[in-house]
Design a protein around this ligand. Sequence first.
Ligand SMILES: NC(=O)c1ccc[n+]([C@@H]2O[C@H](COP(=O)([O-])OP(=O)(O)OC[C@H]3O[C@@H](n4cnc5c(N)ncnc54)[C@H](OP(=O)(O)O)[C@@H]3O)[C@@H](O)[C@H]2O)c1
Length: 254
Amino acid sequence: MKTNGNTIFITGGTSGIGRGIAEAFHRLGNQVIISGRRKALLDEVTTANPGMRAVELDIQDPQQIKAVAAQLVRDFPMLNVLFNNAGIMPFDDAAGEIDDETAVSTVATNLLGPVRMTSALLPHLKQQKDAVVIHNSSVLAFVPLASTAVYSATKAAIHSYALSQRFMLKGSGVRVVEIAPPWVDTDLVYKSGDSRAMPLSDFIAATMAGLAEGKDEVYVEGIQALRDNPGSGEHAFFTAFNQSLKENPIPVGH
Ligand SMILES: NC(=O)c1ccc[n+]([C@@H]2O[C@H](COP(=O)([O-])OP(=O)(O)OC[C@H]3O[C@@H](n4cnc5c(N)ncnc54)[C@H](OP(=O)(O)O)[C@@H]3O)[C@@H](O)[C@H]2O)c1
């Protein structure tokens, strides 16, 4: 995709990957609009990046999605890029009782959020030049982390949805891009500085390069084995991956 001259709406721009990508595009001369629930952080990010704009949005709320989409089309008629990034990653126990409220909010945020946001903006995006929808899945779309079973399932679903959407939008002028991050050191779980997590700035630099190259799927070097996991050999790979993380768990804070 082109990396300047776009008008880009980013969900979950208050922290982590969303903020990093927002600031990278802002520096390259794009009109960036971020969203999220935490108003104080929206203000902090836009103050730190003069010209960047923000809108409050709880991506779990379909009415808010419709209202924000209408507002964006009205206020930013050149809007041509949607980056579906907002997400939550609660740990769960698929061997026991899964808290229903948490499961519902995980699906509403990670799966229904991007589906609804994209549906609301596609009629507008189809009228734009250089239109792109970017979905943020995860390497866990390809190799589930067993201790976040519902999260991993939502990410596999987003990968599947992106494939279908790319096919259906062929010839429409709207490109569909998926980014599948590895473990990046953000507050998604707990920013711990764990050496297995990729530093955020390295991840943003690699992802911006992949987006500029025009790939349909953007993932960083070193995760090819994870990306290639699905297939008849996936059970052994999946088991080894989960066993290693069971022995050396991801820090979850206090
Ligand atoms: N970090 C990783 O290791 C990793 C790996 C693979 C994929 N990812 C994906 O990357 C995306 C961003 O995660 P991150 O690592 O940058 O974590 P993060 O720093 O916790 O950012 C999550 C973002 O999502 C927003 N969000 C969460 N629930 C929301 C809601 N109901 N409505 C609107 N916004 C909401 C948050 O904003 P508010 O709280 O202000 O609403 C925040 O801006 C997620 O989709 C995640 O699954 C991350």
